[in-house]
Design a protein around this ligand. Structure first.
Ligand code: ZN
Length: 59
């Protein structure tokens, strides 16, 4: 099952969306901002197939 995350870039403050497969459970990954292309670490907490928390920090 796929869900869409809305992330706020810690570098430029812009928001963009990212597809996420919630069936894979909690995860931490690095993505590049779609606006300024700088990397950020995204940690998602998923319980019972639902997204419950998103933490974004500067890489
Ligand atoms: Zn950015």
């Amino acid at each position: 099952m796929r869900d869409a995350l809305t992330l706020e870039c810690p570098h430029c403050g812009e928001t963009f969306s990212l597809a996420l497969d919630v069936s894979e459970g909690s995860a931490e990954f690095v993505v590049d901002c779609e606006v300024c292309c700088r990397p950020m670490t995204v940690a998602v907490t998923i319980e019972d197939g639902e997204l419950v928390d998103v933490q974004v920090s500067e890489e």
